[in-house]
Design a protein around this ligand. Structure first.
Ligand code: RB5
Length: 149
């Protein structure tokens, strides 16, 4: 499984630590984020990651900003992207099982390194449940994406 990771300037340190953790676990990881603490807008960090997911270059994404909120909002504006912002592993598990989320987001100013690793480990090892009721709701989200409200 190929994983994409992206981040703004507020999350360089946490990105590097999560990246290292994933490499040690044997994942193939593509770094789309900034490696500088110079200001780098989170919508750009979201855009490059979401593009790679949509093109199939990577399978799942990890997106980190200061709070995880801005980058998750930006990711969710991209068609076909279901991004979950969370600060604990239960949501990371349930968003894979129920929402078939393809991006997990969290905040470098919110979670510790240990918690971030726990969140990504859970997210990456949980499968979508394929339950018809969950698929129906995901289809409803896709319908919203495709409609002009
Ligand atoms: C950048 O200072 C900060 O606004 C950003 O990382 C994020 O927290 C936004 O939601």
């Amino acid at each position: 499984m190929r994983i994409g990771i992206s981040n703004d300037h507020a999350a360089v340190e946490l990105k590097n630590s999560v990246l290292q953790h994933l490499l040690e676990k044997g994942y193939e990881v593509v770094n789309f984020g900034t490696d500088s603490t110079e200001s780098y807008d989170y919508p750009l960090a979201a855009k490059v990651l979401c593009k790679a997911i949509k093109e199939g270059t990577v399978d799942l994404g990890i997106a980190i900003c200061g709070t995880g909120v801005g980058i998750s909002i930006a990711c969710n504006k991209h068609k076909g992207i279901r991004a979950c912002c969370c600060s604990e592993a239960t949501s990371a598990r349930l968003t894979r099982e129920h929402n078939n989320a393809n991006v997990i987001c969290f905040g470098a100013r919110v979670v510790s390194t240990e918690l971030a690793n726990d969140i990504v480990d859970t997210f990456l090892t949980t499968e979508f449940s394929h339950g018809p009721r969950h698929q129906k709701r995901i289809d409803m989200i896709t319908e919203i994406e495709n409609s002009e409200l």
